[in-house]
Design a protein around this ligand. Structure first.
Ligand code: SF4
Ligand code: SF4
Length: 181
């Protein structure tokens, strides 16, 4: 129930996982004519209720993060519900369990701050004049701000700057060759 998107396919094979951000005021639920999307008391926005969803696709268009998908064969919208069956039983969501690099992490703010001292979590996103607050956080570089805000509208016009990482290369070449990604 998550998607993998390319950052800039013509430049790089780098991808990013797209998960439901579990908005405090979920636009997907606000536009649903069938009241099929519920937000539980603990802040998790559920996938569409099967008996209610009429597969109209309003939520697909309205979600600022591009998350919901309507499955035509099932006539149902399905999206990430933070693996509610697992997380309410004290387990991690499946994506965070299998991610080998912890790009997806499930835990407390204190834990992630310890794991990634160069970054800080934020859950505020600016879309034009609207600020959206989410339950899910993303990590951004530390820049002195106590509560950074990601300006999504501005970022849409940015081009990813190339960066280099050191990768070991098999076959007798320089083991620490710089590779542009
Ligand atoms: S990210 Fe999209 S699908 Fe998830 S709660 Fe927010 S509006 Fe709904
Ligand atoms: S596709 Fe289903 S969940 Fe989405 S807005 Fe339409 S009825 Fe609601």
């Amino acid at each position: 129930m998550i998607h993998l998107e390319y950052i800039e396919r013509s430049q790089s094979v780098q991808t990013v996982p797209v998960v439901c951000m579990h908005c405090e005021q979920p636009t997907c639920a606000e536009v649903c004519p069938a009241d099929a999307i519920k937000r539980t008391g603990d802040g998790v926005v559920q996938s569409a209720r099967k008996p209610r969803c009429i597969a109209c696709g309003n939520c697909v268009v309205a979600c600022p993060f591009g998350v919901p998908e309507v499955y035509e064969d099932k006539q149902l919208m399905m999206k990430c519900d933070m693996c509610y069956d697992r997380t309410t039983a004290g387990k991690k969501p499946m994506c965070a369990t299998v991610c080998p690099s912890q790009a997806l992490f499930f835990g407390t703010r204190e834990q992630i701050e310890q794991l990634r001292p160069m970054s800080m979590p934020t859950n505020q996103f600016q879309f034009g004049r609207q600020t959206i607050t989410t339950r899910v956080n993303i990590m951004v570089p530390k820049n002195g701000a106590t509560r950074p805000l990601v300006n999504v509208t501005d970022a849409m016009n940015e081009h990813a700057a190339p960066r280099s990482v050191s990768l070991p290369v098999a076959g007798g070449f320089d083991p620490f060759a710089e590779v542009e990604v």
